[in-house]
Design a protein around this ligand. Structure first.
Ligand code: NAI
Ligand code: MG
Length: 364
């Protein structure tokens, strides 16, 4: 098979960590498992410097034609003064919007070697592997009306509106059930049906989708506040958690802290299916451009490498090759290699390139 992958390294450490992914792409191509054709383009501050927009129409067109997009990170203090609609993040927002990326996948994986860096006790997180599926384009962040009304007399009223329609819940539920089949076959659907109408509909639609097409997957409904509590009490009880935009924002950050480090967290955003029947998708590390360490060759490339593995698994149907990349990540950590962000007594601190070298060497 042959795939088109658009690489958007972006700013700061984005270019450094993406460099390690490029070497993995060469390895995949050499292995003969598939042909990945790449194109590299600008997004974020570097695009603004080049042509005055955080992403150009031409780049957007390439993104729409690609089978998947990989993004490094955007932003940095250099562009603090740039107008709102031209700032680096605007490039990201346009990609999310134009690719219709409605499902945000945030795995929280705790590698045994890093379990002591978790904010939770080692026995709670050692070997943790959960996937939070957050609805990304609906809900209270976008619902109308959204306003602040001056009531006079020093009083104001702020209004946000949570809106969900059946089709939005249906498509995100399908993504979650599909994923569960490739993982632990368990989905927790988190909402607040006890106090929210959107929670009632969420519960109803997820139940229907499950009954109609995914009865082989185990489904549990959980109130979102209880889910937050269970995530710190006994996170290993979860496999896939599917939830709305707001709860997903909070729960995914909470789950992230169980894993130890920002430099370790990958993500995927999935969208509508294109005319070739392929789901649009963008893969990126959760971290930003880390201006404090940019240009020093010190960034941890693991989040981006793990994002590439997700791309192989979910966009290119190359789960086996993804396994062959993910296993070495655990191996090099077991060997005691650490980048600065996960520095640990008794371990060897290495830079971006050395970490990439070690993972390449450990590839099966
Ligand atoms: P950040 O994630 O860039 O950095 C937070 C801290 O974590 C820093 O101390 C940084 O050195 C460290 N860190 C992050 N990733 C690392 C890695 N791979 N290896 C080693 N250390 C790492 O978040 P911050 O500082 O809030 O934002 C910096 C810039 O990045 C801002 O301009 C912000 O807007 C942008 N940003 C971009 C994102 C994206 O492109 N998706 C997401 C978050 C922030
Ligand atoms: Mg957040």
């Amino acid at each position: 098979a042959s795939y088109k992958l658009l690489l958007l390294p972006g700013d700061g450490i984005g270019t450094e960590v993406m460099g390690e992914v490029s070497r993995l792409i060469d390895w995949v191509n050499d292995s003969g498992a598939a042909t990945i054709e790449t194109e590299t383009d600008l997004v974020g501050g570097c695009a603004y410097d080049d042509h005055g927009e955080a992403i150009s129409d031409a780049t957007m067109k390439t993104a729409l034609e690609a089978d998947a997009v990989m993004l490094g990170a955007v932003g940095g203090p250099k562009w603090d003064g740039v107008a709102y609609d031209k700032r680096p993040e605007a490039g990201l927002l346009r990609l999310r919007k134009d690719l219709e990326l409605f499902a945000n996948l945030r795995p929280a994986i705790c590698y045994p070697a890093l379990a002591d860096a978790s904010s939770l006790k080692r026995e709670l997180v050692d070997g943790l592997d959960i996937m939070i599926v957050r609805e990304l384009t609906g809900g209270v962040y976008f619902g109308e009306p959204k306003e602040i009304i001056d009531l006079g007399g020093g009083q104001k009223r702020a209004v946000d509106t949570q809106v969900y329609e059946t089709y939005e819940i249906e498509r995100i539920a399908r993504v979650a059930f599909d994923l569960a089949r490739k993982r632990g076959n368990l989905v927790h659907s988190a909402e607040k049906r006890n106090v929210m109408k959107t929670g009632v509909l969420w519960n109803e639609v997820v139940t229907q989708v499950h009954k109609a097409d995914f009865a082989d997957v185990k489904l549990e409904h959980i109130l979102a506040d209880n889910c937050a509590m269970q995530l710190v009490r006994a996170p290993k009880q979860f496999d896939v958690i599917v939830t709305d935009n707001l709860f997903g924002d909070v729960l995914s950050d909470e789950a992230a802290m169980a894993t130890g480090s920002l430099g370790m967290l990958p993500s995927a955003s999935l969208g509508a299916t294109d005319d070739k029947g392929m789901r649009r998708a963008m893969y990126e590390p959760v971290h930003g451009s880390a201006p404090d360490i940019a240009g020093k060759g010190a960034a941890n490339p693991i989040a981006t490498i793990a994002s590439f593995a997700m791309c192989l698994r979910y966009s290119f149907d190359m789960g086996e090759t993804a396994d062959r990349i993910e296993r070495p990540i655990a191996d090099v950590l077991d060997q005691g290699l650490r980048t600065g962000d996960i520095r640990q007594a008794g371990c060897k601190t290495v830079g971006t390139r050395e970490m990439g070298d070690a993972i390449l060497k450990a590839l099966a």
